[in-house]
Ligand binder design. Structure first.
Ligand SMILES: Nc1ncnc2c1ncn2[C@@H]1O[C@H](COP(=O)(O)OP(=O)(O)OP(=O)(O)O)[C@@H](O)[C@H]1O
Ligand SMILES: [Mg+2]
Length: 259
């Protein structure tokens, strides 16, 4: 980030309530944090603490009741192509009647890129996500991990400035999940991506993040922000056995418990 440039994403005193008084319920309370360019920031918190709601506010899908979401120094008032969201439910995120390449091409269509360029543009993305041999398959012919890689490829095809990810690996088995964690971390590092990654898995947050923001519930609020001082590339065994990893896990567990 150049000196003085605003953070890519920021929550400035964001609060959110659903319903109208006196029945209003505060879901998010005065959240303030920044996501600087090229950082991988994770958000952890128990189920129902408002993680998905927070992502929706930051993406411009839901207005804050108080405070503001900022993207590159400006208030976010509506969804924008520079902010991409990856959902947990990859099954519903993909169009079943389109092939892998066809799903990725959705992003090119949205950007007005001529059809003649789609194949040449999607090829390197599919190769990066190890989907090159599956370009002509339909989602139903793919494993869960492959479907999630298609969704990630489609988001990258959008060429967003920031990726918001909502428990993207939550529905996958442990081995597939670890493989995708490593592939995605490597990709983000080599492409200097800016990412805000939501998970309820403390270890996943520490493993992936440069920083971890811990939320507590009722109302959703920040209880701690941890700077993760662990070398990259991270490695499934060594990183998770590092004394610092265990110390962060201990600290987060004390806040959140019951994981
Ligand atoms: N549109 C809505 N109207 C009313 N309440 C809502 C709405 N959306 C979410 N909520 C409530 O807001 C709270 C936070 O929901 P949210 O989905 O953001 O939690 P979460 O942290 O993402 O949970 P999980 O880990 O289970 O995905 C929940 O109590 C939920 O019932
Ligand atoms: Mg959620």
């Amino acid at each position: 980030m150049s000196a003085g440039a605003p953070p890519v994403l920021a929550a400035r005193g964001v609060s959110l309530a659903f319903g109208t008084p006196p029945a209003a319920r505060t879901i998010l309370s005065d959240l303030a944090f920044e996501v600087p360019e090229r950082e991988f920031v994770c958000i952890v918190g128990p189920s129902g603490c408002g993680k998905t709601t927070l992502l929706r506010v930051l993406a411009g899908l839901l207005p804050a009741s108080a405070g503001e979401a900022h993207f590159q120094g400006r208030r976010v008032a509506a969804p924008q192509p520079d902010i991409a969201i990856i959902f947990q439910d990859y099954g519903r995120a993909l169009l079943p009647w389109r092939t892998v390449a066809g799903n990725v091409a959705l992003a090119f269509e949205a950007r007005g890129i001529p059809k003649s360029e789609h194949a040449v543009r999607s090829a390197p993305l599919l190769a990066k996500m190890r989907l090159a041999e599956h370009a002509d398959k339909f989602p139903a012919e793919l494993s869960g991990g492959m479907q999630q890689r298609v969704q990630i490829a489609r988001c990258l095809a959008q060429e967003p400035r920031v990726l918001l990810m909502d428990e993207p690996f939550g529905a996958l088995d442990a081995i597939t999940r670890q493989t995708l964690q490593d592939e995605f971390a490597r990709l983000c590092e080599s492409e200097h991506r800016t990412v805000l990654f939501v998970t309820h898995d403390l270890e996943e947050a520490i493993y992936l993040g440069d920083r971890v923001i811990a939320l507590a519930a009722n109302p959703g609020r920040i209880v701690e922000i941890i700077d993760v001082d662990l070398p990259r590339p991270r490695r499934q065994l060594e990183t998770r056995e590092d004394y610092r990893f265990l110390e962060y896990r201990h600290r987060l567990f004390q806040h959140l418990g019951h994981e």
